[in-house]
Unconditional design. Structure first.
Length: 365
């Protein structure tokens, strides 16, 4: 069996360094808002060419706090893709604002700028650009649109740490960018964690206040805040992994290129890398008209798969469960997408075995 993700190989290699990082934190007895977190924030800010990183409790909290720091609240609207993980919209509702959905580009799964422009109203306060599966959204066009209409731009980079667009790192195109350190991400922790990146001093100051109960000084609380802090153990473990991120990204990109070669000519939609974007392949997601049958055939052949995501966000019961006519590309994607193994530690032989299984499965369905 070749699973969709296997973290054990990563941790076997890094075990001694991870244990040493944990011991360092235990010896310091500093578990919250300490030096490990500050070092990780500085490292990730530098990687993405911004001045500030603010560690928080999860990728979802990163979105929630970014919206709060930008002043999004009741009566506001935020435009977000119709096809994404639910947090790209649920956090808007948490802020008391209204998610306004826009359809996607079927090639990149990113929100389509024309659809965003049509969705803007006088109540629009922000746009969320999701770099889905590791492929950057067209942030140049979205940035220009946001500036022209005087609204904020938030990058949901939960699946795209280290990606670039037009030679520039993602994370600095908008007012804020949100990272997730969920264990299966390209830079994954050993539990939950997240970070907000920003080049704006004012946002960074407010984010640091909001993550810590609105505290502006010891026990001086100036606004309603949250309790959402990246703990020192997670930060220390992530610092070990951050040193390998560049190598892991290149391995994922090599696997993707090998898949493209091995899967050419099949009745299968393959991921694109649409210039000037540089994909980091958090997921290698194919498309097939009989997706569920393909997934079953691959399971029978010993290949793990998953569907990211089977229901478009406006189709979720919490958002009313509709929208197929308004967002046809999102709905079509939800019926066709299937992710296959593309984690860094896969061997070339395993990639070839997965590709052979996909080829065989396509012949059966």
């Amino acid at each position: 069996m070749i699973p969709l993700v296997d973290l054990t190989r990563q941790h076997v290699v890094l075990r001694e360094e991870l244990l040493a990082a944990m011991a360092r934190v235990l010896d310091s007895s500093q578990f919250v808002l300490g030096g490990e977190g500050r070092a990780l924030e500085a490292g990730l800010a530098a990687l993405h060419s911004v001045r500030h990183g603010v560690g928080v409790g999860s990728g979802t909290d990163a979105l929630r706090l970014a919206l709060a720091a930008l002043g999004v609240g009741p009566g506001d609207e935020v435009i977000t893709p119709a096809f994404s993980f639910v947090a790209s919209a649920s956090t808007i509702a948490m802020a008391g604002a209204r998610p306004v959905f826009a359809d996607i580009d079927p090639a990149t799964y990113a929100v389509e700028p024309g659809a965003v422009e049509r969705a803007i109203t006088p109540r629009t306060r922000a746009i969320i650009a999701v770099h889905l599966y590791g492929h950057p959204a067209p942030v140049d066009r979205l940035q220009a649109l946001a500036r022209a209409r005087s609204v904020a731009l938030i990058e949901d980079a939960a699946q795209a740490v280290g990606a670039t667009y037009a030679g520039r790192p993602i994370g600095g195109w908008g007012d804020a960018a949100c990272l997730s350190f969920y264990p299966t991400k390209n830079l994954g922790g050993c539990g939950d964690g997240g970070m907000v990146l920003t080049d704006r001093d004012d946002l960074a100051e407010r984010l640091r206040r909001l993550r810590h109960h609105g505290d502006a000084g010891r026990y001086r609380h100036v606004e309603l805040g949250y309790c959402s802090r990246l703990d020192e153990l997670q930060a220390a473990l992530l610092r070990v992994k951050l040193e390998r991120l560049g190598d892991w990204t290149e391995r994922r990109r090599r696997h993707a290129a090998r898949y493209r070669d091995r899967l050419a000519g099949l009745p299968l939609g393959l991921p694109v890398e649409q210039a000037p974007a540089r994909h980091v392949y958090s997921l290698f997601t194919v498309r097939h008209a009989q997706r569920d049958a393909l997934a079953k055939a691959l399971a029978d052949l010993g290949v793990g798969t998953a569907v990211h995501y089977p229901i478009p966000v406006p189709g979720q019961p919490m958002f009313g469960g509709g929208g197929e006519r308004q967002f046809p590309e999102a709905w079509r994607a939800s019926r066709e997408v299937l992710s296959i193994p593309c984690w860094a530690e896969l061997t070339d032989d395993e990639v070839d075995r997965v590709a052979a299984a996909v080829r065989h499965a396509c012949e059966r369905v």
